[in-house]
Structures are given as C-alpha cells and as structure tokens.
Design a protein around this ligand. Sequence first.
Ligand SMILES: Nc1nc2c(ncn2[C@@H]2O[C@H](COP(=O)(O)OP(=O)(O)O)[C@@H](O)[C@H]2O)c(=O)[nH]1
Ligand SMILES: Nc1ncnc2c1ncn2[C@@H]1O[C@H](COP(=O)(O)OP(=O)(O)O)[C@@H](O)[C@H]1O
Length: 378
Amino acid sequence: MGGPPAFFVDHLENGHTNGDSSVEIGDRSYVIGGSHEGNPLFLGVQIHDKITNKWSSPTVLGTGPKPCKAYSSIVLKQGRILIIKKGSASDDSIWFLEVDSPFVREQRKLLGKEVVAWSKGVRGNAEKPIVISGPSGVGKGTLITMLMKEFPSMFGFSVSHTTRSPRCMEKNGVHYHFTDKNVMEKEINDGKFLEFASVHGNLYGTSIESVEVVTDSGKRCILDIDVQGARSVKASSLDAMFIFVCPPSMKELEDRLRARGTETEEQIQKRLRNAEAEIKAGKSSGIFGHILYNDNLDECYKSLKNLLGIDNDTPVNGVEVEGINLPKEHTVTKMEDKILIQETGEAAKNMIVLDLSSINGGAPGRTRGIGLGTLKSS
Ligand SMILES: Nc1nc2c(ncn2[C@@H]2O[C@H](COP(=O)(O)OP(=O)(O)O)[C@@H](O)[C@H]2O)c(=O)[nH]1
Ligand SMILES: Nc1ncnc2c1ncn2[C@@H]1O[C@H](COP(=O)(O)OP(=O)(O)O)[C@@H](O)[C@H]1O
C-alpha cells in the first residue's frame, strides 16, 4: 500500500498547547479540538502562523461537528482538511474543514477577517441549488409553492431572513425568518450569511444554515432572491442554476401586485419602480441562464418543470443523502483520491474505502458524492 500515512490525533486536548494535534498547511498550523468559543456542541479551530508566531481564532462558518476525543485528519487539495471522527454516529463521522477553498477565500475577502468553514461529508448526490429571481408580483412564490406541493420530497425552500414585517398569512421560520435590523447586521458581520441585499428598503439575506438545512434533508434547494443576491451567488463558489421570471407586461405586473393586496399603495409604487431595473438586469446581466415568461400560470409551471428536467413520469423521491457508518476504532491511510479505513481490534475486518474522486458541493452546505466501498482483507 503506497501513499503517505495519515496524520493521527488520538488524545485531543483543549486549546493550542497540544502541538501534536495540529494540521500543517504551508506556513500555518490548524489546531482542531476542544470546543468553539465555549460552545460545547461545536469543535473549535485555532490557527498558528509560523512566520509571525501568532495564534488566532478564525471566524468559523457553517455548522461544525460535535467535539470528539479522537479523529484522523488528512490534508486534501484545494485547501481542505478531511476529518474522520472516531466512534461517532453515522451522520457525524466525516467532515471537511475548508481553510483555503474558493468559498473561504471569497468570504475572507468579504468579511475582512480570517475565516474557515465546515462542511459535512454525505453520500448521495442532490442536484445543484436553483436560484429564482424576478420582479415583485411576477409569481415566483406561486411557482415555487406549486413545485414544492407537487414534489415535496424533491425540493426544499431556503428560508431567507428579512427585516420587513410579516404579511398576515406569513409564518416566521416558514416564509421568512423575520428579524431585527441590528441582529441581522451583526449576523452578517459574523459571517452567517451566504448573500444579502437591501431590497425595496429592507434587508434580505440567505443564511448558510438555511441552505444546509435543505441539503441535509436530501432535497434540492430553491432560493427566491433578488437580482443583487443572484449576482452575489453567481460570483460565489456555489454552483447553482439561475432562472429569471418575467411578467407578460408592466400593466399585468401592476394588476397582480394590486390583486395580491399585501402592500400599501406606496410600497406598490416602489416595487413597480424597482421592477423595470430588475427586468433589465435580469435579461441583460448574463447572470441568468434561463428566462421564463409567466403569462399563463399552468404553461409557465410546465416550462419550469421542463427546465428542471422533471415531468409527470419522473419518480418523486428526493435523492438520498446518507451519513456514513464507520467502525468505532480504526486507522486511516490515504492513497491518491481514496481513503482506506481499517478497523482495529481482534477479528480481521474488511477495509472501508472512501472514494473522494467525485466529491462536489462543499461549504456552504454539504460535501456530497463520497463513494463508499469495502475491500475484503485476505
Ligand atoms: N438578496 C436576497 N433577496 C431576497 C431574499 N429573500 C427574498 N428576496 C427578494 O426580496 C424581494 C422582495 O421579497 P418579498 O418582500 O417577499 O416580496 P415579493 O417579491 O413581492 O413577494 C424579492 O425580489 C425576493 O426575491 C434573500 O434572502 N436575499
Ligand atoms: N400567471 C399568473 N397569472 C395571474 N396571476 C398570477 C400568475 N402568477 C401569479 N399570479 C398571482 O400574482 C400575485 C403575485 O404572485 P406571487 O407569487 O406572490 O409573486 P412574487 O413571489 O414574485 O412576488 C399572486 O396573487 C398570484 O396569485
């Protein structure tokens, strides 16, 4: 068996005094252990810069693994560290700490501080997220509701945060997370958001967690966000499908907004003013690979399903995204894109092979497509 041996950490201690437990990448050591900022549910990360001899606590994005006694860590390409926890539940055994991935680099630039990001490893291969934009009143919400009703196990909605007030039928946590401006601004600063924008005078944003929740359920994530948000997502490392919905005419858009009856006259006027610029940007910005015209609702819905590659014959089950069961005690070896996991103990056991050659996704959200097989030991 070739390849470098895995890096083992068997007795993890709190803090960065345990020099043995660091993972070395370039001029930096990453100490992964203890808990995150005193949160006992969350494994901590600290960075040692060998050039300046300084320690720092990075902003940690995404939901991380629970603390553990022991894990193996393996440095992968693209600034990622694979963490294989010992003795963990199947949905908490494989994690990726991104320390210099494209997502981390862009968030570092955006937030102006040191950033790392967790992404849980899962089997299965849910398809890329769908971003739907279009002017207020064009029918985005209606189309998304139809899709989720017809294919409940296939699609999940990314519930955004907003500082606008709830409409009378809207439920907190279902349609939006309604929040205070101060709270949302602090959370944006703390790196909790994938994107955010000021729209019609209010703040709206997609939290990393809201995308993770959908990915964890094995469903394809739908984001209903404005053109500015779509632009941010397009510029980010999140590989998504972008759809823009146009109204048949400005007059029809106005009629729909009025008929919906959820806005004051002043708000309607503001939305109509913004609509012209949004439609222009939607059609010409190069962000959107697909444009739908919502004239007749049923026809538009059919076109949307066609775009998504589903018709009425398609099975309606979502893609299964499973956790990974590993033996409690094991040793780990790396061989190119494959990680060999050998159970330790008395009886000779099969070897588990994690195939990382077709992993995709990553932070924000989950790292998917991990292959899993067994090799019989002779
Ligand atoms: N950038 C961004 N835009 C959002 C988000 N959530 C909603 N929006 C957009 O904000 C705009 C206003 O949404 P809303 O107040 O629900 O009004 P509606 O579009 O008239 O139903 C719409 O263009 C939404 O697509 C988000 O998380 N991020
Ligand atoms: N194709 C359509 N024809 C007529 N009315 C529509 C159509 N699509 C949506 N509507 C209605 O227009 C209003 C605005 O739709 P909505 O889904 O709330 O838009 P958005 O989410 O884009 O703001 C709703 O009252 C909805 O029932």
